[in-house]
Design a protein around this ligand. Structure first.
Ligand code: MEV
Length: 422
């Protein structure tokens, strides 16, 4: 960049003026600035209120995965992401799952945990007992913060108190157990945790530092199951290959990270489309996968007595329909309408089905022909476009490169030139 990154008052400037500053400092061209300033389906004033120092937006394509049947209901599933093949793979997996009735999913309710960190407590075990004795009072204080949530049946329901041995000595950690209803719940839980902190200090005689939600949302789990008909998915070898793939992930964290990444390809794509906090979902998923002290797959795969393949996914799914971008982003609102979910738990259940479908599709491809063939077709199209192909020429160039196994920019350019001459 040209100059200092210290820009006093940057946050106070209108969006266009912020962009002018960025242009001056970075040499962004008019065209580059224009594409960055385009906030797509998000009105720029809404974007400007959503986060700070806004200059524009970035759009992802949103595709619709078809064929999903979850708990007997059909869904069109919006998925937003940059990776080719994911939407097609999900649709294909969902089609195969339909042969045996689709996905069955249950959930443990929208329950989140709010942690309060208390240090310098003289009698940690005594403090723990006193906190538990005064549970009703603490829960009342928490619930006074959100009468609306309480009136809808949610609110702080329980109190758990841990005594932790830490490198800075013992810590007492009361945890509020909060039913957050149709909200993801971070705001409600954090407000409650902050509100009860003075009472917690008084009861424990210690000092409170952190008051914050936990993203290890292990009381807000979804459990999805699907049976895949052996013959519909390619026969016994495919079933065995997928079970072996799972065993590999179960035994090895290097493989397991990629196995779980495949699940998150589906989960996060739906989450982005529906305006969810994807960082919270990733944190929840991977910390849950590590809860035993070993990093494990979020799914299991086994062969049943008929020789069919049974997949199961269990993971935290902290999502909401009220508050956040799910409410303020018009595209997210449209995506939620397409999906047709009425509650946060229904959204969580569909996302679990998509995660399981995505994992199935990845393992099936990996255990059979490999994933590159499918990927390469789409990749070839992208290269064809970047080499200047338009309209029907895109498929012609892509197909030729796939046939020749030469999916490269230079070859795409040659083909575009040849076809343009004709
Ligand atoms: C690619 O985005 C996802 C996969 O690597 C997942 C997996 O390996 O299971 C194909």
């Amino acid at each position: 960049m040209q100059g200092s990154s210290e820009v006093p008052g940057f946050y106070k400037l209108p969006m266009e003026e912020r962009m002018n500053v960025v242009k001056k400092l970075t040499g962004l061209s008019e065209e580059e600035a224009r594409s960055l300033a385009n906030t797509g389906g998000l009105p720029s004033d809404v974007a400007d209120r959503m986060i700070e120092n806004v200059v524009g937006g970035i759009a992802f394509p949103m595709g619709i995965a078809v064929n999903f049947k979850v708990n007997g209901r059909d869904y069109l599933v919006p998925m937003a992401l940059e990776e080719p093949s994911v939407v097609a793979a999900a649709s294909n997996a969902a089609k195969m799952a339909r042969v045996k009735g689709g996905f069955s999913v249950t959930n443990t309710g929208p329950v989140m945990i709010g942690q309060i960190q208390v240090v310098e407590v003289k009698d940690p075990q005594g403090a723990r007992t006193r906190l538990l004795e005064r549970k009703a009072e603490i829960l009342k204080k928490a619930n006074d913060q959100d009468p609306m949530l309480v009136s809808l049946g949610g609110g702080a329901k329980d109190l758990n108190v841990k005594v932790l041995a830490t490198i800075k000595g013992p810590m007492v950690v009361p945890e509020l157990i909060v039913n957050t209803g149709d909200a993801m719940g971070a705001n409600a839980v954090n407000t409650m945790a902050e509100a009860v902190a003075p009472m917690v200090e008084e009861i424990t005689g210690g000092r409170v530092f952190l008051r914050i939600i936990s993203n290890l949302a292990d009381r807000r789990l979804v459990r999805a199951t699907a049976v895949f008909d052996r013959d519909a998915i390619g026969g016994e070898d495919t079933v065995d290959g997928i079970v072996y793939a799972y065993a590999f992930a179960d035994a090895d964290p290097y493989r397991c990270a990629t196995h779980n990444k495949g699940i998150m390809n589906g989960v996060i794509a739906v989450a982005i489309a529906c305006g969810q906090d994807i960082r919270a979902l990733e944190a929840g998923a991977h910390s849950y996968a590590s809860r035993t002290g070993k990093y494990k797959p979020l799914t299991t795969w086994e062969k049943d007595a008929n020789g069919d393949l049974v997949g199961r996914l269990e993971m935290p799914m902290a999502v909401g329909l009220v508050g956040g971008a799910a409410k303020t982003h018009p595209v997210a609102r449209a995506a939620i309408k397409i999906l047709g979910v009425k509650t946060a738990t229904e959204l969580a259940e569909v996302m679990a089905a998509v995660g399981l479908a995505q994992n199935f599709a990845a393992l099936r491809a990996l255990a059979t022909e490999g994933i590159q063939r499918g990927h390469m077709k789409l990749h070839a199209r992208n290269i064809a476009v970047s080499a200047g192909a338009t309209g029907k020429m895109i498929d012609l160039v892509a197909q030729k490169m796939v046939e020749e196994k030469k999916i490269r920019f230079d070859r795409a350019k040659e083909l575009v030139e040849d076809l343009s001459k004709k």
